[in-house]
Design a protein around this ligand. Structure first.
Ligand SMILES: *Cc1c(COP(=O)(O)O)cnc(C)c1O
Length: 481
């Protein structure tokens, strides 16, 4: 990775690419923002893009593509079977992971469906460092359960531990010993999404895989966020200092039986799939692809996206490319910390996470602090984040609220999309909001679907706090947007 320092000592990440295609952004006045979030039922998922300035909802399918990826899309081969595009993608995966076999799927969750349908039945247990929403849904749908065996440090909001995604090997071994007959595989999630994009160390990945193999079980990696994890291994782990990114990737992939991913993140495109070393494992899952996804050479993906993915995978082996996301997130996190704003530490991949329980401690969990903070951040700066707290949980069978263990607002940084001044703007508006945090109140549901309420549910403020926030904004910013 290019080592560049500013002469003045300013710790500012530097874009190692230039912008060649741009999309116009709207920044609507604060009054319109208050109106838009009310129309959206105070749910950032229901906002329309025309009302959003910086869209930090997710890093999925919204990462910037390179000129080479776009060029590759033009030579995609549409043939239904025997497509050259498929061969180029399989070759790229073999270069990166050393895997001989590839099953394409339309996105990450479709790969999870295929793996779950192959290995999960009622009573099955799948241990993993931490669950992801879609992973857990596929496993439980088939009667299985998920056991989380992340280290205790992993679920602490603030920490300086560099690898919060690590497995607790003792707990994992106990589980393998006691319930091994119900465990077909152990899932390792690189760049652990729901705890803030937190990585595992190379050492922990290797030890986990060895342990699982000693018990005769398969090791499956969810590599959707592997690119960020590779960066963190390279810069945070002594053992990996002298290894290149391709070498680290191979060290990991050699220990895995199955590697699946969402190419909406890994490979900077849209799609997904399953890479496999062993032919018999490949054959075990193969027939599910034409049944649920599409023929074996495209699996429901556009061939253009597959070409972009092949190039994106090779580009993922370049530290200048994969460092950009984590460096910008680290910058944003550190700037917020300097201003005294509570965030998840250390900075991870994927995004910066505000800790709503400390940002607005006066809002009780029953009134959804992370959701309220999401609405407030939108009003303050037209910045859209994603609630990762109680709204994202499901009610208990008796109808009572299941309070989340953490109340976070995720501000994702799609890779290579936002510039440093845009990140500074977001930090500035969050600081303003923090100084006026006493104005922020809670939310309550007005329409609450029984499942996936965080996507579709509509809420309202418990008081007129959004209006108060707008009035204060006008006092402080005058006519400014
Ligand atoms: C996004 C994601 C998935 C699901 O992938 P989709 O392409 O959105 O279906 C699975 N696992 C992890 C870790 C993810 O981040």
């Amino acid at each position: 990775m290019a080592d560049i320092h500013f002469y003045t000592g300013e710790a500012l990440p530097l874009e190692l690419h230039k912008v060649r295609i741009v999309q116009h952004l709207n920044l609507v006045p604060v009054e319109r923002r208050a109106e838009a979030i009310a129309e959206a039922g105070y749910n950032t998922f229901l906002l329309r893009n025309r009302d959003i300035f910086l869209d930090m909802l997710t890093d999925s399918g919204v990462n910037a593509m390179s000129d080479r990826q776009l060029a590759a899309m033009m030579i995609a081969d549409d043939s239904y079977a025997g497509s050259e595009t498929f061969t180029r993608l399989t070759d790229a995966l073999e270069r990166v992971f050393g895997t001989k076999y590839f099953l394409p799927a339309h996105q990450g969750r479709a790969a999870e469906n295929i793996i779950a349908m192959t290995f999960v039945k009622p009573g099955t247990i799948i241990p993993m460092n931490y669950h992801f929403t879609t992973t857990k849904a596929h496993i439980t749908r088939l009667g299985g359960t998920v056991e989380e065996v992340v280290i205790d440090e992993g679920v602490k909001v603030t920490s300086d531990f560099p690898f919060k995604g690590n497995f607790d090997l003792e707990k994992l071994e106990k589980l393998l010993k006691e319930k091994g007959d119900r465990i077909p595989f152990v899932r390792i999630e690189a760049g652990t999404n729901l705890i803030g994009g937190q990585p595992l160390s190379l050492e922990n990945i290797e030890k986990t895989a060895d342990l699982v193999h000693r018990y005769g079980k398969l090791v499956v990696m969810d590599a959707s966020l592997l690119q960020d994890n590779l960066y963190f291994i390279k810069v945070r782990e002594e053992k990996a200092k002298n290894l290149s990114i391709p070498e680290i990737t191979r060290r990991i992939s050699e220990k895995m039986d199955i590697i699946y991913f969402s190419a909406r993140k890994l490979g900077f495109a849209r799609g997904g799939g399953i890479s496999i070393h062993d032919k018999s494992l490949y054959l075990k899952m193969r027939e599910l692809v034409p049944m649920f996804e599409g023929f074996l050479t495209y699996g429901g993906m556009s061939v253009r996206e597959m070409e972009a993915m092949a190039v994106g995978l090779d580009e993922t082996m370049d530290m200048d490319v994969i460092s950009q996301g984590p460096l910008f997130i680290e910058y944003m996190t550190k700037e917020l910390i300097k201003l005294g704003i509570p965030v998840v530490t250390p900075a991870g991949g994927l995004g910066c996470h505000l800790d709503a329980s400390r940002f607005i401690p006066h809002v009780s969990q029953e009134e959804y602090p992370a959701g309220a903070l999401g609405a407030a951040v939108y009003i303050a700066g037209s910045v859209r984040g994603m609630e990762r707290g109680t709204i994202s949980e499901q009610r208990e069978p008796d109808g009572s609220e299941h309070l989340a263990s953490v109340e976070l607002l995720r501000l994702a940084l799609p890779r290579r999309v936002f510039t440093a001044s845009q990140v500074k703007y977001a930090v500035d508006r969050i600081k303003w909001l923090y100084d006026n945090r006493n104005l922020i109140g809670g939310l309550r549901f007005v329409e609450e679907p029984s499942s996936l309420r965080f996507f579709f549910g509509r809420l309202e403020p418990v008081s007129d706090w959004p209006e108060k926030l707008v009035r204060k904004f006008r006092e402080d910013f005058g006519e400014s947007l």
